[in-house]
Design a protein around this ligand. Structure first.
Ligand code: ZN
Length: 419
């Protein structure tokens, strides 16, 4: 039956044309009238060239995102036949269940990785061309190998768990999976900053120097031990600026990129740090995980139904032996991709809410609206970020309020304080 494949490919072509048309239009980054010359107008803190590059970069990133995600979905569905062939081949190699599953997952993920690699390579070239990335081809390849390794281990583990749960409880396996996902997710959050992140970059306690005294003061007000503040050497990889909070419990920490320490002055760094401390003090990693768990309850139920229906009405004819066939992995991954995409706007809305709270926490702690304004102007210039973007992009890619909204907030805070 080749018809559905033709429909799938034609449908994708029409969709791709629409995406190209939408992000090719001229006016999607324009600011409201009356903002010319104000602190949100990029012409007051970025060069004409930087503004142009920021918009082109954002257009390219958006087109790639909106093509790559659905393409991955289509690809996974098209790869069900390949997965079945892998399964048959591997069953001839070994009788050991664990080895079979591990080999199968590795081969399948490798194929998906290689097929999606051109997108990532294209983005590497683009980001290097625009000067936001310094990642060498070697580092990029090593990173992808590490990603593949981590995904191989986690996917094999989860697949084994899913297949075992399906065997024990053919109707309620999704509920059991959800129950196990609670400690699993918390465990992953816990080891993230001490095991996963150091695989990619070097972390060290902040060499604060002059900053140290003010930092200690700020940290103690937020109830954070100063040795939970780290810096990471991102300057080898990027010219962009960032800071974040990661980990839970005794591994919770604030991380500052060294690029940020190099390019911002003390007052600006303190605002950024106070923002991160807001995340830390209000335990946003914890709340984010909580939201994920609540949503995954519904998603796992819905996903399990979709999977069973897809296997029954379509997969069996393709050669799947039933829901408990490891060759169902591409279908499971396709459903995860689809449902993740569907809840991305919800996750981003929750994230923007926490970011807004962290911004106001930063103002409460430092009272320095001026430094907030200049920090985000520097951020926009260094990261080549347009100060605003269309709502569609905010829904799917906007984990933070726009830079326009943030500069506006800090500016109003400064003006109110001056009154
Ligand atoms: Zn934040």
């Amino acid at each position: 039956m080749k018809n559905w494949k033709v429909v799938l490919i034609l449908g994708f072509a029409v969709y791709a044309a629409a995406v190209g048309f939408y992000f090719g239009r001229g006016d999607i980054y324009s600011l409201p009238s009356g903002s010319a010359g104000t602190s949100i107008d990029p012409h007051t803190f970025m060069s004409e060239g930087e503004i142009g590059r920021a918009e082109v970069l954002s257009r390219i990133r958006s087109i790639v995102y909106f093509l790559q995600t659905p393409l991955q979905l289509v690809l996974l569905i098209l790869l069900v036949g390949t997965a079945i062939r892998f399964r048959d081949r591997i069953e001839g190699w070994t009788r050991r269940y664990l080895l079979r599953t591990g080999l199968f997952v590795f081969l399948f993920l490798l194929v998906v990785y290689v097929l999606m690699l051109p997108f990532d390579y294209f983005m590497l070239r683009v980001e290097r061309h625009y000067g936001v990335s310094n990642v060498s081809l070697g580092t990029w390849l090593v990173d992808h190998a590490k990603n593949l390794g981590i995904e191989w281990l986690t996917t094999t583990f989860v697949l084994l768990l899913v297949l075992a749960l399906m065997k024990r409880s053919p109707r309620k396996w999704w509920l059991w999976l959800w129950t196990f996902s609670v400690p699993l997710l918390l465990f992953l959050q816990f080891i993230q900053p001490v095991i996963i992140e150091p695989l990619y970059n070097e972390f060290a306690p902040l060499r604060a120097g002059e900053l140290k005294k003010e930092l200690l003061h700020l940290a103690s007000q937020a109830g954070i031990a100063a040795d939970d503040v780290y810096e990471v050497n991102m300057s080898e990889r990027t010219n962009q600026l960032n800071a974040y909070v990661s980990g839970i419990g005794s591994n919770a920490r604030v991380v500052l990129w060294d690029t940020l320490l190099q390019k911002m002055d003390t007052r600006e760094i303190l605002v950024v740090m106070a923002h991160e401390m807001g995340h830390y003090a209000e335990r946003h990693v914890f709340w984010g995980s909580g939201l994920g768990l609540v949503m995954s309850f519904g998603l796992l139920w819905g996903g399990s139904r979709i999977y069973e229906i897809a296997v029954r009405n379509w997969g069996r004819a393709k050669g799947l032996r039933g829901p408990r066939d490891m060759a169902g992995l591409p279908l499971l991954l396709a459903i995860v991709t689809l449902l993740t995409l569907a809840v991305t706007p919800i996750n981003n809305a929750a994230s923007r809410l926490m970011e807004t709270r962290a911004d106001s926490y930063a103002m409460k702690m430092t009272g320095d609206g001026q430094a907030g304004v200049s920090a985000f102007q520097k951020l926009a210039a260094a990261n080549l970020s347009p100060v605003t973007q269309p709502a569609l992009l905010q829904w799917f890619l906007g984990s933070h309020p726009t830079i326009e909204e943030r500069i506006r907030y800090f500016g109003e805070f400064a003006a109110q304080k001056a009154r």
